[in-house]
Design a protein around this ligand. Structure first.
Ligand code: HEC
Length: 135
């Protein structure tokens, strides 16, 4: 409930403008921020692939590779990217940092909680990824 409320508070302004496009917030997040590399179907075939040093992994088989359960905590850390030890430059953007910057740009002088804003967007993404998993 607390998460839902925070979620509504954080994302409502940006979502309302585009509510007609889709009410599936996780899907919209994925298509706007991830599909360029991972592909619209999350199988790793986005249009930017040829410019990356590493191929983006197929995100639909993550549960299958983990005994049928999506490893939420590990994925949260990988996508957030701020607490992951660096192995040189990573191709994958550091979303935790990008979302905090976007929150700062969006709210400007309105009080807001950067952690809650980032968490809401990350959880929406993970919930969408969970729906994309191959059975
Ligand atoms: C610029 C290209 C690019 C974008 C945009 C991108 N990724 Fe990635 N992603 C990669 C690459 C490349 C890897 C492989 C690891 C690496 O090189 O960092 C990766 C790895 C991952 C992994 C790791 C899978 C595993 O098993 O460890 C997850 C999860 C993931 N991406 C999710 C996302 C999500 C969610 C988004 C959108 C918020 C996103 N990615 C946006 C390129 C991208």
């Amino acid at each position: 409930m607390a998460i839902a409320a925070t979620f509504a508070l954080c994302v409502a302004p940006s979502v309302l403008a585009q509510a007609k496009a889709t009410s599936d917030f996780g899907k919209r997040e994925f298509e706007a921020n991830c599909a360029s590399c991972h592909g619209m179907n999350a199988k790793g075939n986005g249009p930017l692939v040829e410019w990356l040093r590493k191929s983006p992994p197929d995100l639909t088989t993550l549960a299958k590779a983990n005994g049928g359960v999506l490893p939420m905590a590990r994925l949260y850390d990988v996508i957030d990217g701020q607490n992951v030890p660096s192995h040189g430059t990573r191709d994958m953007p550091i979303w935790g940092r990008d979302y905090k910057i976007q929150a700062a740009e969006h709210y400007v002088d309105v009080p807001y909680d950067a952690e809650a804003y980032t968490r809401a967007r990350m959880l929406a993404l993970l919930e969408y990824l969970n729906r994309l998993q191959a059975k």
